[in-house]
Design a protein around this ligand. Sequence first.
Ligand SMILES: [Cu+2]
Length: 172
Amino acid sequence: MGSNQLVAFAIAAIFVLPTIAMAAEYVVGDNNGWKTDVNYTEWASGKVFYVGDKLVFTYGPPHNVYKVDGAGFKDCKPSGDLYSTGNDTFTLMKSGKKWYICGYNDHCQKGQKLVINVESNGPVPAPIPAPTATPTATPSPTPASNDSYRSFVLSWYQIFLAAIVTMVVAAF
Ligand SMILES: [Cu+2]
């Protein structure tokens, strides 16, 4: 039972930990946040976004965020859900292009628009050959030796107890 949990943990560690370690969080515009008069194309250039990464839009009123399609981005036409908390996080779920605009007034026309390209996770596959060996190697030996060690200790404890009982009985 304990070794199964160990194997499960090892598998989880191999597959899950690298993805967690690699997921990045980007504050759109960095210190500028989300507003007009910031070049978001410039901000995005040189960054590589992967599935699992997060975009955080930080802003004050009257700004907002709409996640639109290519046409909505080009024409500055809001559609879909309105995000207006001032701190909106978007997890990049799929690869491909993503478009975001501010729907307030002419802010989008003034450049408050962001397009990024999301890559499917590339660098992860490297450690994958390893796990096939790990589960087969661990299962049987650990519980067997553990059990035999336990029964070994138990039997010595019984002998010790028996010896004390014998001594006590002999004393009377
Ligand atoms: Cu705005």
